[in-house]
Ligand binder design. Sequence first.
Ligand code: GLC
Length: 646
Amino acid sequence: MARAIPTDPGVEHAVADFLARMSLEEKVGQVMQAEIGHVTPEDVRRYHLGSVLNGGGSHPGGGKRTSPAEWLALADAFYDASMDTSDGGQAIPVIWGCDAVHGHNNVVGATIFPHNIALGATRDPELIRRIGEVTAIELQVTGLDWNFAPTVAVVRDDRWGRTYEGYSEDPEVVRLCAGAMVRGLQGDPRSADFLDGHHVIATAKHFLGDGGTLGGRDRGDNTSSEERLRDIHAAGYVAALEAGVQTVMASYSSWHGRKMHGFRELLTDVLKERMGFDGFVIGDWNGHGQVPGCSDGDCPEAINAGVDMFMAPDRWRALFRHTLAEVRSGEIPSARLDDAVRRILRVKMRAGLFREGRPSSRPLAGRTDLFGSPEHRAVARQAVRESLVLLKNSGHLLPLRRDLKVLVAGDGANDIGKQCGGWTISFQGDGNTNADFPRGSSIWDGIREVVEGSGGTATLAEDGTFETRPDVAIAVFGEDPYAETSGDRDTLEFRSGRHGGLQLLRSLKAAGLPVVSVFLSGRPLCVNRELNASDAFVSAWLPGSEGRGVADVLFRAADSSVAYDFTGRLSYSWPRWPGQTPLNRGEPGYDPLFPLGFGLSVAEDGNLQRLPEEASTDAPRIATPFPIAAAGPEATIRIAAREGPR
Ligand code: GLC
């Protein structure tokens, strides 16, 4: 592959100059990344550490309500320590990586975007690029310069707890989205804004094949053929490299039983040599420790296979000692260590970190006026609108008039944390309240504002009870937040919560009300019974902090015209029964309830025949309710960037 960024002789010379002057200890320190809860600025100075990270739910000082100013202060402290040459070492700026996977989701007050499963449903690369751009700005406000995003997994079994971190089951959709997100985060590699102070280093993850493990098991084994590994699972990396991505994260998963963190043929021979990747490979969180014969504190196999920087959150001291000894003994060739350090320094130089100065001196540092700004939230609200997929609309119930008496029910109606999902302030996205999302809006907020501003009334009742009979009920329910392995499931059965799902819907229907279901989920699930109990059914995925975007589409404009139509199209196939997985277009026997690319507009006939409700995982097949051709390839990808807000 041609490299997106031509070799810069000036950079290469400067890198070589640093390498020649660095001690062995400095080189080993450069390939270590430690977690902020297990490292101090003094450690960074003493060991010349190359990077720090905050893991999901980890905040400077430990409190989840840490302000942007506190993030910035700690970034300065780590930076100053890394530039201290009092011990005769080189001044090499440390870089701080974090998971800003749907906005700067680590910090209260940030703009939280819909998760990638929703962005895949928009098929809007320009919007996705803009989301990356906004995310980079909010990261720079807090002094961070590296984002462990985008996930470019091509998800083939939706039982995986990280399905929602993927854009799609379709490699073409992933390719479209991955390149756009990388260009948004880093800037265009051919332009002057590439990796400037408004952008951050991006990471394509997790290499390779994390979305194709058996049973969707997180960190499991991918047994795809080499052709499918290349044609399906590598699609996002091709796009990310073409967009100039500077780091790639190795996967916890295996390919045919071999852990990716120890897989030289893929990390080095394929990614670096055949695909021409000249950035650096970061390991995943103690992912090296899962390589046979390795531990979290000792793993020459990983660096010899092609990992350039260890993500060693806690055991970095032991790993430093063992790695130093293994280079001295020759178990790790010094040329391999030099190559790893060269790659890290090359990325830091491309990102301008040697000239930019302290994080707090950079262009956007401390600009809290930009953090969660109305302009940024408007981008997120547009993404919510464009991601909604209409699966059922009996009698053209939607869009609703604004002057109705509306009952809003369900445990997702007024819960911004639930609508954000995992990787939100806490690692699992749990333990949050609406107060943790200042200036955000729940789906209830949006509905109330629309209706009460137009002569209607809105009532919130999670349990769906009412005194004054409403004209329509909107039930918001779905999955509770989860992240990674805790999200793995055995089937695609939806288990509704206390006031979310079937019991609620059936009680509303029994009261003779038209029912609109708004379903919050990180994946398609078997919801035949909920579909039968609904007159209209919207898949809202995990929309993030701007719940108002849902009401924008559910309701007509003030003049009763269609304000925003449903334009979201499934980027994952929807199952007929809980056991119908893996379920991917192009595979033998493909027979989904709703195919990849499906999504109704309000003008289309949205009547849906009654679906089987047997609880078994092997429910009988039924005739396809919609012709698959209705959502053929032309619905899969919409390349043209849309003009303006929709
Ligand atoms: C996690 C994830 C990875 C994330 C890293 C740092 O385990 O696998 O996606 O970037 O650790 O939080």
